[in-house]
Design a binder for this molecule. Sequence first.
Ligand code: PMP
Length: 366
Amino acid sequence: MQKSAKDYANTWVRPEIQALNAYPVPNAQGMLKLDAMESPYVWPADEHMQQAWQQALQAVAINRYPAADAQELKQKLRQAFAIGDHWEILLGNGSDEIIQLLALAVAGSGRSVLAPEPSFVMFKMIATFVGMDYIGVPLNTDFSLDLQSMLTQIRTHQPALIFLAQPNNPTGNLYGEAAIAEILQTAQGLVVLDEAYTAFTDADYLPWLEKYPNLVVMRTLSKVGLAGLRLGFLVGAPAWINEIEKLRLPYNINTLTQASAVLALNYFDILKEQCQQIRQQREILSQALIDLHPEIEVFASEANFILIRMAQAGVIFQKLKEKGVLIKCLDGAHPLLHNCLRISVSTAEENQIFLQAFASVLAQGD
Ligand code: PMP
């Protein structure tokens, strides 16, 4: 009998890939979107920026490949993030792509990736993509690092790569400097500090590059208002970055992204101010959630989202969805996330809409 496409795919796609579910992105059309830690602020912020952006885009030669080394953009990033000239920068199509490049660079038989759990799901998924073993080290129940367990696992498995998201997604907390320093001293492999949410915290590990030759720092423009551009970057010693650079596909940062990001970084102060607003709103929203119902557990956050735990989280999530509010339900994603929901912090107005919807869902349930 003629073999079907499914027969062929089943034969050839690796079993561990067949066992995966693709990264889930729900349809959010027409909804208040509080599920993905995006900025609520429309870009560009005003008429003047709108014109400047249009001009920048008009100057782009779409018939040509993008600038492969993206020097202008890297220069802007250096200025915006105070990155010293002795560090190299690698650009990725989102920091997701950088995670993949890092994994590709070190993948090999018997090589492993280690990360605390729960954390950003792509650390594990990408380890699987590239055929590496993945070691997830459970956080403590308060989501702090279980440092002893981390150190033991690091000594046992000698992972090639360790990912630490600071602040962590989806828990929102920082792991603390002393714990990170011990991990850096114990690890023989590369430690990646993923600072995707750095705009919402005072923690800043870029200066640590001076101290630790096995450290690189990863950041993204996604959370500061430019998620659609897909631009992540990795900062580190040339010895690391130049090797990983070899794996980067040519022209991975398209022309429109390069031109738009260069322009946006000219207005970086405006984006930073918006992040400050979100920080303030985070405190207001956290308090409002605490006040809303005594049984909602609200975890302190250093990021642009808040994790909460409450009975029947899955039902609450569905009811909010029916009311046009999309948040993230993490119940079932990891044992430590039982009954947990994650809410992106938005503007005062949108947070209010969310709170009202939430209050009315809770009132229905009583
Ligand atoms: N790291 C962390 C901790 C994240 O939460 C995310 C996105 N949610 C990313 C990296 C990836 O971000 P991006 O690919 O948009 O740069």
